[in-house]
Design a binder for this molecule. Structure first.
Ligand SMILES: [Fe+2]
Ligand SMILES: [Fe+2]
Length: 370
């Protein structure tokens, strides 16, 4: 018998994507269709001006850069993202149907988000000539391919897999200028860290609520995302213009969009959060607090998440989105327009809350501390 290869053991992104656990797609139409969706709330695929990104000169942050790259090259999580004796049996057939549906939705959307990062980073690595940039993006693509492969392992047990090759070819790519890629990707890496570590610590204290073994892997997982976020913080630090002047308004826009999208998306999965024993409002506040604390390393502002209009705006946006989904289903155009106006108004209300200003430290480097 041929030795099985696994993405967890791969040293490059190419090897990870060619591993056996990334192949053999079964019964995947429903999951792939879900992953193909392009709404404001589903993970997207991005493309950018790769030449502009390739031209970045990291010399202003050279010392921190080399330390980070060395740490990523040392690859502490090699071999980690696959099932071992800690992987408990999962009773998919016995799982309560609503929980099962929401959990599968969670896994598919997480897998799509991991793969979205993988595709973008791999493309930058392929197109680039700048040794520093190519090295970084190869390392990050490697990690994301492992993460996506591991989620697909979990999904396969439920008879589902996301067809990642199909997604690469057929999913729509959204173009973002490099600076928008930095803001969006930096935040998604850091909020990803904050989300996973919050769930991990909660289940560490309440192991009886861990209804699936994948949560046991979240600590090492989010440390990878933390490093990726560190890399984007350093990239932004190479050019002070990226985090000053009019760009501070863009940072505020991305912070508001990323936070409020997370809130709305999580509130679409009540059974999933109930099973974990997590109140989605508490969870959102925890994750925003951690992400804000971390993002002070490079952003001169944070959102005022304790402002009286903050929680109100989130709730209004979430209700408008729920109504919008219902109106879309029933084909009611009047209700659809009404809900869109309400969602937009709520977003503007969040966006116009005055931000909290900070002095940014000279060196950005942080270690995962939660
Ligand atoms: Fe990842
Ligand atoms: Fe990542």
């Amino acid at each position: 018998m041929k030795d099985m290869t696994h993405s967890a053991d791969a040293t490059t992104v190419e090897e990870a994507l060619a591993a056996d656990n990334h192949q053999g797609i079964v019964d995947s139409e429903g999951a792939t269709a879900l992953a193909m969706q392009n709404t404001l709330l589903t993970p997207r695929f991005y493309t950018t001006d790769f030449d502009e990104m390739d031209a970045i000169d990291v010399s202003p942050v050279r010392k921190d850069w080399d330390l980070l790259i060395d740490q990523m090259k040392s690859d502490p999580n090699k071999g980690h993202f696959k099932k071992n004796e800690d992987w408990d049996h999962v009773d998919w057939d016995g799982m309560e149907p609503k929980l099962k549906a929401e959990f599968i939705d969670f896994l598919v959307s997480s897998c799509t988000a991991e793969f979205s990062g993988c595709v973008l980073y791999k493309e930058m690595k392929r197109r680039g000539n700048n040794e520093d940039i190519v090295t970084l993006f190869q390392l990050m693509a490697r990690d994301e391919a492992r993460h996506a492969g591991f989620i697909n392992d979990a999904l396969r047990e439920a008879g589902i897999a996301v067809n990642l090759g199909f997604l690469t070819q057929k999913k729509k790519y959204t173009y973002f200028r490099p600076k928008f890629i930095y803001y969006a990707t930096y935040l998604s890496e850091k909020i990803g860290y904050a989300r996973y570590i919050t769930i991990y610590r909660h289940l560490e204290a309440n192991p009886e609520l861990r209804f699936h073994p994948i949560f046991k892997w979240f600590k090492e997982w989010c440390n990878d995302e933390f490093s990726h976020g560190e890399a984007f913080a350093l990239l932004m630090k190479t050019d002070p213009k990226l985090t000053s002047g009019v760009n501070v308004l863009w940072i505020k826009f991305f912070l508001t969009a990323v936070y409020s999208t997370m809130y709305v998306r999580d509130h679409q999965r009540p059974a999933f959060h109930a099973a974990l024993g997590v109140d989605p409002d508490w969870y959102a506040h925890e994750v925003f607090t951690k992400t804000s604390e971390i993002s002070k390393q490079v952003f001169p502002i944070t959102l005022d998440i304790d402002h009286p209009r903050w929680q109100k705006g989130l709730v209004a946006m979430q209700r408008a989105n729920a109504d919008l989904a219902m109106a879309k289903k029933s084909g009611n155009w009047v209700k659809r327009i009404g809900a869109t106006v309400r969602a937009t108004t709520a977003f503007v209300s969040l966006l116009t809350i005055p931000a909290v200003k900070h002095r940014v430290p000279a060196s950005t480097r942080l270690e995962p501390a939660y």
